[in-house]
Write a protein that binds this ligand. Structure first.
Ligand code: NCD
Ligand code: ZN
Length: 344
């Protein structure tokens, strides 16, 4: 009989959207309940582009999340951002990384970077000081099929970028394709990737099962089954280039379930249970701790957490909706049973 409980070093989330205001109040504790630290995305409105804004945001997150949780802030790159501001923020321990959104690739990315050439001075600074560049890896050209945008980004932008800047530390965020798995696995040690729980569970059919299902729409969009299989094998392989990043991206239910629904899946509340389910299905529960708790800090050059969490093999029915501080949200796995439960 399988073990009935699993204890691992406390994990971190290397990619999460905690938002601000009422939504931050609603979602922060879902992340803090499981993760000791999280790399927090800067795509607020307006985006986080200064050290001062990041410090103030960090304080709001600490207030909302409660004690015992460390938010790690990121800077939102724009065409005109000052590399000296990034360097100062990094040296002062306010910015842990920079986030590159190609302009208009996703939610709140209108102020993003219009071309990598526009930020050459920034990239040179990051390479020199060892500050990680976190990339939303999709081209934005309307003529490129949405399901091909990640693969085309690698070919046209990422591969040449790494050739020009061999010392640049890059995380290709929330990868969704076999192309990304292969590219990252074959790349140098300064190239890594995060993988979300939802891209391990669903393929693109999920968005159309029995009708249009906005709760399974996120960016990069889920791809064909062959890609999901490649992601599952990368995540559970024990290769330290692949680590946990939920990309939990909450939007209120009415903003998801509308004629033009927002991209983003709110996977934070049961994230570690969701990952554990995949690792168990793959016969790789022994690889969960590396993926969730060890490879991320190793890449970022941070110490590993000393605490542990315990999961028990105890089915839990995931609620259809959550009402958190007055915000209505649909969690990933709504209405499904997950076989694991995080112990308080
Ligand atoms: C994210 C969001 O809502 O901020 N949405 C998403 O679908 N993942 C932005 C992003 O990470 O692309
Ligand atoms: Zn994201």
């Amino acid at each position: 009989m399988a073990d009935q409980s699993l204890t691992i070093r406390q994990p971190d989330d290397w990619h999460v959207h905690l938002r601000d205001g009422a939504m931050l109040e609603a979602v922060a504790k879902s992340t803090a309940r499981q993760f000791a630290r999280a790399i927090v995305m800067p795509n607020l409105n307006p985006p986080i582009t200064t050290v001062q804004a990041a410090q103030a945001y960090r304080e709001r997150i600490r207030q909302a999340a409660g004690g015992g949780f460390t938010p790690l802030l990121t800077a939102y790159l724009t065409d005109s951002i000052d590399p000296a501001e990034l360097e100062r923020g990094f040296r002062e321990g306010v910015f842990s990384a920079c986030k590159l959104y190609p302009a208009n690739a996703t939610t709140n990315s209108a102020a993003g970077v219009t071309s990598l050439e526009a930020i050459t001075a920034v990239i040179e600074t990051l390479e020199r000081i060892g500050m990680p560049l976190l990339i939303h890896g999709e081209v934005t050209d309307a003529e490129i099929d949405i399901f091909d945008r990640e693969a085309v980004f690698i070919e046209r932008q990422l591969a040449p970028l790494l050739e020009r800047h061999p010392g640049l530390k890059v995380v290709l965020e929330h990868i969704t394709t076999a192309d990304s798995v292969d590219f990252v696995a074959a790349g140098p040690a300064n190239l890594a990737a995060t993988i979300t729980p939802h891209h391990l569970h669903i393929n693109r059919n999920a968005m159309f099962r029995g009708g249009l299902r906005p709760d399974f729409y996120c960016l990069p969009v889920a791809k064909r089954e062959l890609h999901r299989i490649a992601l599952r094998s990368a995540a559970t392989s024990g290769n330290p280039k692949f680590f946990l990043g939920t990309d939990s991206a909450p939007h209120p239910r009415n903003a998801k379930e509308s004629a033009c629904g927002c991209a983003g899946i709110f996977c934070a509340p049961f994230a570690i249970e969701s990952y554990a389910t995949v690792f168990e299905q793959e016969g790789a529960l022994d690889k969960l701790e590396g993926f969730a708790s060890e490879f991320g800090p190793r890449f970022y050059g941070l110490p590993q957490n000393q605490g542990t969490i315990r999961l028990s093999r105890e089915p839990q029915l995931i609620p259809e909706r959550l009402h958190l501080s007055g915000v209505e949200l649909v969690p990933f796995h709504a209405g499904e049973n997950l076989p694991w439960r995080l112990q308080p």
